[in-house]
Design a protein around this ligand. Structure first.
Ligand SMILES: [Zn+2]
Length: 302
């Protein structure tokens, strides 16, 4: 991968479950790429979803990073430092400023008062029907979410460093997605764009399951000058690891007793081996972090 500017990337976990193998693989891949190009790595924890946050999940993020043997250059040193200095709750004014700027764009945002049940009953393939859009409901009415109106056939295209050229039809992938939740807090897409721009992120390494979010974020970022640097961010969407049932692993699928990868495995070696497989490196590269790093740094990168 040819880089002309310093690479700035981030690990961006959410403390809504114990980190599983897929999260650990993403952390390790990100770390390997950033270290290979002498870049800067941030730890930026996405805690806007306060309802699902548990102290044990927050703690688990730091423990998993230590367990893997990787490091980062900027970010919280632990849960206490995180809450005091890094929580997204300290940046609500910035998120709100973006939401207000987007609200000024004619026809871009609208208020939606649908209940969860209404949304499910109208939804077509998981896509919200847009029934509130023509009604011009009051943005400030209680219990209103704000949605972005994605016009039919809105295509977002970019070149991904892992996948090559990507084109997603946002209207089919996500439809009119929520940018501000009913509780008045910004939705994930808003927090993610604003944080990445503030940190000067130039490279995002994500699983392919986040492609629709990437498309939503690139589309939204194009509407205001403050967020336009996001469009310069380089993207790596890596393959996912199959779960036990062949499906992808997600934190929300975890059983209550699922304590995450650190409890499933006595050593991080399965993570190293999974990354070696994803990168098409010899399996013996997965025997240790040092071996993996050496194999990756010596490998030709296409
Ligand atoms: Zn609605």
């Amino acid at each position: 991968m040819p880089y002309s500017a310093p690479v700035v990337s981030r690990l961006a976990p959410t403390p809504s479950g114990y980190l599983h193998l897929g999260n650990a693989v993403n952390f390790l891949l990100t770390w390997l790429i950033v270290r290979r190009v002498y870049g800067v790595l941030h730890l930026r924890i996405d805690d806007l979803d306060r309802a699902r946050l548990r102290p044990a999940y927050l703690e688990n993020i730091f423990r998993t990073i230590d367990w893997l043997g990787i490091d980062y250059d900027h970010g919280p040193s632990g849960p206490e430092d995180f809450e005091r200095n890094f929580s997204q709750l300290h940046h609500l004014a910035e998120y709100e400023a973006l939401l207000q700027a987007l609200r000024q764009k004619p026809g871009l945002l609208y208020a939606c008062r649908c209940s969860r049940t209404q949304i499910q009953s109208q939804a077509n393939g998981g896509i919200y029907s847009g029934s509130c859009q023509p009604q011009n409901l009051d943005f400030e009415a209680p219990e209103s979410a704000w949605r972005a109106h994605v016009g039919a056939s809105t295509i977002v295209s970019f070149t991904d460093l892992w996948l090559g050229p990507v084109a997603l039809e946002l209207s089919r992938e996500l439809g009119d997605f929520v940018v501000r939740k009913k509780d008045g807090l910004p939705a994930y897409q808003i927090g993610s764009i604003v944080d990445d721009v503030r940190l000067g992120v130039t490279l995002i390494v994500r699983g392919v399951d986040l492609l629709p979010s990437t498309a939503a974020q690139r589309w939204l970022a194009g509407f205001t000058p403050d967020t336009s640097p996001f469009l310069q961010t380089r993207l790596v969407h890596h393959s996912l690891l199959p779960g036990p049932d062949g499906g992808k692993l997600s934190k929300s699928q975890q059983q209550p007793l699922d304590r995450g990868i650190m409890h499933e495995s006595t050593s991080p070696r399965p993570v190293f081996e999974a990354v070696a497989r994803l990168l098409n490196l010899p399996l013996e590269a997965g025997r240790s972090l040092a071996a993996l790093r050496a194999a990756f740094e010596n490998a030709a990168i296409s």
